[in-house]
Design a protein around this ligand. Structure first.
Ligand code: AMP
Length: 498
């Protein structure tokens, strides 16, 4: 087994790794670090959770430390582009931790906060800048940032950049970078347009591909519940009351939907917070901090806000609404079962969403075990109360929903100004790009094992989902989450898949 000490990294970096208790590189780190240390371009197919941040941060810091020189005024030696503020903060925090004994400087540039502190941070020059494209373009326009000193350029989560309509700004930024530079390009999937962008940006790259879902997805106990759209909220509250739900992310399709669900849960006595692009930076940070601290049991999020968030010990992912794009299903459920833990992913499906379910099952080549909670009288009564607490959102056909709803407003403005609108393509297709790369075959495998496990329920299509039910064995396999103060749960979770 390779150790960090075998990779030739500078001593202060090894010390920082030891401080964090990291001794062994993850597979992507073992493969990528030597390549990046040589100064080669790299194409990495990997997503958050694989250790990819350190895979680029460690060799970059090594290179910057070995060849110390001052960054130009308002400039930086390394530029990392990230699609979201949260991910930018996370990446910068990683850089700072690994640079703790190196004396190199790290700054973040993203929207939703004041310009002044960012300008001051850039004024004297910085070693590493982690930026979102929109705000960086603003700084370039204002001449408060310059790209002339960039030696290393990292594009992270490139496929999400495409979803957000950032391809045009990225090309503009890249055109201002010095020709002689090292490029590192990371993406979880490689849709055609991203492959094209990689081809334009990278010179003779080495490529490294890591597919964490091979192990992750198999450990996730997936299920799906058919439910009327207007009864989703009480059903969610019922499931969240289960003691096995320690920390969960609830995915909604729209920002408004996220707010409404969080409001309903709070009114129902469940600690919840929402996070999406219309929240202020402060609100987003507070929600995330409360979630990480365990003060919030359910973080209700849109896809974009949740993507890339590295929070451990998420026991459950709820797909309150199915995603428009099948591959988002894989990303969403991948928020749980991290770092060798197992996790549960429960999706709700109303009649209008059946076509989305079909797309997901086709793209992931699996059949998700299903349960039917339609026509449940108790939920109907609870739904009536729910409507009083917070009126239900008008249901919008997912295929007609505009994926731009989930784009942080300041980024949307940027994108439009830059002639973008590119984000619409994929989101609106409802499945064209699904199942690429990481998720595909392995999910099928996981399902195969799932399917082989016997449930207690007798007969009936719903009985195929094993174990996660309440009531007497043989009671029909109907999925019933816990009822507060009701019958004790026979078994609250499926057994982990092998
Ligand atoms: P990332 O994919 O970069 O978001 O990393 C996922 C998580 O793994 C982060 O919390 C990292 O701090 C952690 N991590 C990264 N590299 C290692 C390693 N070699 N050993 C243990 N944990 C790591």
């Amino acid at each position: 087994m390779t150790q960090f000490t075998d990779l030739g990294l500078a001593k202060p970096i090894l010390k920082a790794l030891a401080d964090k208790g990291y001794t062994q590189p993850t597979p992507i780190q073992a493969q990528a670090i030597p390549i990046v240390m040589q100064g080669r371009d790299l194409l990495g197919i990997a997503q958050t959770g694989t250790g990819k941040t350190a895979a680029f941060a460690l060799p970059i810091l090594h290179r910057l430390a070995e060849d110390r020189r001052a960054a130009p005024r308002r400039g930086f030696r390394c530029l990392v582009l990230s699609p979201t503020r949260e991910l930018a903060t996370q990446i910068a925090d990683n850089f700072k931790a690994y640079a703790a004994h190196l004396g190199l400087s790290v700054a973040t540039i993203f929207g939703g906060v004041k310009y002044g502190p960012q300008m001051r941070a850039l004024a004297a020059g910085v070693d590493v800048v982690v930026a979102t494209p929109g705000r960086l373009m603003d700084h370039l326009g204002e001449k408060s940032a310059t790209l002339g000193g960039v030696e290393i350029f990292v594009l992270d989560e490139a496929d999400q950049m495409l979803d957000l309509g950032f391809v045009v700004p990225i090309r503009k930024i890249a055109s201002q970078l010095p020709k002689d530079r090292q490029n590192l390009f990371f993406s979880a999937t490689m849709p055609g347009e991203i492959g094209k962008l990689a081809g334009e940006l990278l010179k003779n790259p080495a490529s490294v591909s890591i597919t964490p879902q091979a192990t992750t997805v198999e450990r996730i106990e997936q299920s799906l519940i058919y439910i009327e759209a207007q009864r989703k909220r009480p059903l969610l509250a019922e499931l969240l009351a289960d003691r096995s739900v320690e920390r969960s992310i609830v995915f909604t399709r729209t920002k408004r939907g996220a707010d409404r669900v969080a409001k309903y849960l709070t009114a129902a006595g469940i600690e919840a917070a929402s996070i999406h692009g219309d929240k202020t930076q402060g609100q987003r940070e507070r929600a995330l901090a409360a979630f990480k601290a365990g003060e919030v049991k359910a973080l209700v999020a849109t896809d974009i806000a949740a993507r890339g968030i590295d929070v451990n010990d998420i026991s459950h992912v709820f797909n309150y609404e199915l995603p428009n794009v099948p591959e988002a299903y894989v990303h969403r459920i991948g928020r749980t079962a991290r770092k060798g833990k197992d996790g549960v992913a429960i999706s709700f499906c109303s009649d209008d969403e059946r076509s989305l379910l079909k797309d997901i099952e086709k793209a992931t080549r699996q059949k998700i075990p299903t349960f039917d909670r339609r026509n449940d009288k108790a939920l109907a009564a609870a739904a009536a109360v729910a409507d009083k607490l917070a009126p239900a959102e008008k249901y919008v056909d997912p295929r007609k929903a505009d994926p731009r709803n989930n784009v942080p407003s300041e980024l949307r403005r940027k994108r439009n100004r830059n002639g973008g609108g590119q984000g619409q393509g994929r989101g609106g297709q409802g499945g064209g790009q699904g199942g690429q790369g990481a998720g595909e075959g392995r999910q099928a495998q996981g399902q195969g094992r799932n399917g082989g496990r016997g449930g207690h329920g007798k007969g009936g299509a719903q009985a195929q989902g094993q174990g996660q039910r309440q009531g007497k064995p043989g009671g029909g396999g109907d999925f019933r989450g816990p009822k507060r103060g009701g019958v004790q749960q026979v078994e609250t979770r499926w057994n982990p898949i092998d």
